[in-house]
Design a protein around this ligand. Structure first.
Ligand SMILES: [Zn+2]
Ligand SMILES: [Zn+2]
Length: 257
């Protein structure tokens, strides 16, 4: 059993997309020990909602940004708006930003531009980056190497292989591990989790998506973070308490929370 002083940090949820009373969602997560969470914006309006949640709930922080699927062209006005929002003290990262060639293979030039502009904004504001990379590993790594030197980087919902994980870790990036690790067929991710030091991992649900087993198929919520932690503990042969403590410390260091 988890001791009372053990807690989890949920590094990636979309509270605005969970179709249930947010107060209930946050409360039920807290009951499971998930006492701090980062809710992630994907465009201006969801970033504004994320900020509203941070003022309503003490343990909720915000990442704000334009998701590659939500932006074709990032004009100056939108970037200025984003910068204004980012001045809020509970904004702990720019994200999620990055590249998605799975859903939007054709808008690559626009995605690349928007990605670079937002990395520059993070540098200006001295904020960490939450990176979305779907089937765009090589370009993502290249842009991060060129543009994000010295910035803190979290590769959320990590989906690469061991080789990519090692490149990321060598650069000091954190890997976000979510519900996929509980799936039977997630051999590649399990191998990564088994090999990479726990000191380089953080927990996330990406709720309402990617619900862990045994609730796969139902909407995901931050309260399922312990299921992900349990699976990591099992794979690595360490205790759940250790997973909770180390990943929480990682996340707190990363976000400064
Ligand atoms: Zn994502
Ligand atoms: Zn997300």
């Amino acid at each position: 059993m988890i001791e009372v002083n053990t807690f989890f940090v949920e590094t990636h949820t979309h509270l605005d997309l969970i179709k249930r009373d947010t107060e209930e969602v946050v409360k039920e997560a807290e009951e499971k020990g998930v006492t701090k969470m980062v809710t992630v914006g994907t465009d201006l309006s969801s970033s504004k909602i994320a900020l509203e949640f941070t003022s309503r709930f003490r343990g909720v922080y915000a990442a704000i940004g334009f998701h590659p699927n939500e932006i074709k062209i990032l004009d100056e006005q939108k970037l200025i708006e984003l910068e204004k929002l980012a001045k809020n003290l509970k904004v702990v990262a720019i994200g999620e930003i990055g590249l998605d060639y799975y859903r939007n293979p054709n808008s690559a030039p626009g995605q690349l531009e928007a990605f670079k502009k937002q990395i520059n904004l993070a540098r200006k504001l001295n904020l960490p980056l939450i990176i979305h990379d779907r089937e765009a590993h090589q370009d993502t790594l290249k842009i991060l190497a060129e543009e994000a030197k010295g910035l803190k980087v979290l590769l959320h919902c990590f989906s690469g292989d061991l080789n990519l994980a090692e490149v990321g870790i060598e650069r000091g990036y954190y890997l976000g591990i979510g519900g996929v690790v509980t799936f039977n067929n997630a051999k590649k991710l399990k191998a990564v989790v088994g090999d990479v030091p726990i000191e380089d991992l953080v927990l996330e649900t990406d709720s309402p998506y990617l619900t862990p087993d045994p609730f796969r198929g139902k909407p995901n919520e931050p309260k399922y973070i312990p299921l992900i932690a349990e699976k990591i503990a099992e794979i690595k042969g360490i205790s759940l308490k250790e997973v909770a403590e180390i990943t929480s410390r990682n996340a707190q260091n990363f976000f400064g929370i």
